[in-house]
Design a protein around this ligand. Structure first.
Ligand code: VGL
Ligand code: ZN
Length: 208
């Protein structure tokens, strides 16, 4: 497949905290970075997403006395999995991985900046209502196909791919450019869910 002006590559959350040594590391975040860089060179249109939480964010276990990471709390929008504090606005952990080399990226879209609602997909907060504007942006740019990679299939990559399908885009996830938080758990489920929704799983070798 040769990407054209009607294609976009969305690079999800390749941030220090989601890579080795970070606060909420994926199993393989540091390994995907060179693959992401290589794939990105084939795309004219590249969008970066950046998870970007204020201190005391609702998804932080530390904001819920007596709770620990991976516990769940009931929020008005449904169950919220709790995480260690991660990608706090303005910190080193929130910065893109230093080896990420995508100078031609056209837009950075931040999400998760509302203290009281989490956001996995960069299209929409998890309440299902608060949109980021990404779908409108892509439509105005004439994008038809969305290619997704980054961190992590279980949460933000999977969520974004499902929303891209819902918004009517043909959607692909690039397997070897995508990291997992729980490779043998939630990642397996997310691959199944996205494929059931019509998202196609491809490898970086298929993009030239
Ligand atoms: C993510 C959990 C919490 C992700 C972000 O980028 O996949 N996962 N925040
Ligand atoms: Zn987060």
């Amino acid at each position: 497949m040769k990407p054209t002006g009607e294609d976009v590559l969305v690079i999800v959350d390749v941030q220090n905290d989601f890579c080795k040594g970070g606060a909420l590391p994926t199993a393989d975040g540091h390994e995907i970075v060179p693959v992401v860089n290589k794939v990105a060179r084939a795309f004219e249109n590249v969008v970066l997403t950046q998870d970007w939480h204020p201190l005391g964010h609702v998804s932080f276990a530390s904001a819920h006395p007596g709770k620990k990471p991976l516990d769940s709390v009931d929020m008005p929008y449904g169950p919220q999995t709790l995480w260690p504090d991660h990608v706090v606005q303005g910190t080193k952990g929130a910065e893109f991985h230093p080896d990420l080399d995508v100078p031609h990226a056209q837009m950075v879209i931040r999400k998760g900046y509302n203290r009281d609602v989490d956001s996995y997909s960069a299209f929409c907060m998890v309440d299902g209502m608060t949109k980021t504007g990404l779908a409108g942006y892509l439509r105005e740019r004439g994008v038809k196909r969305v290619f997704v990679c980054g961190c992590a299939i279980d949460y933000c990559v999977g969520g974004l791919a499902l929303d891209a399908r819902k918004a009517g885009f043909e959607t692909f996830i690039i397997d070897d450019a995508t990291a997992s938080i729980f490779p043998d758990g939630s990642a397996v489920k997310a691959w199944a869910e996205t494929q059931d929704a019509g998202v196609k799983k491809i490898s970086s070798a298929e993009i030239a």
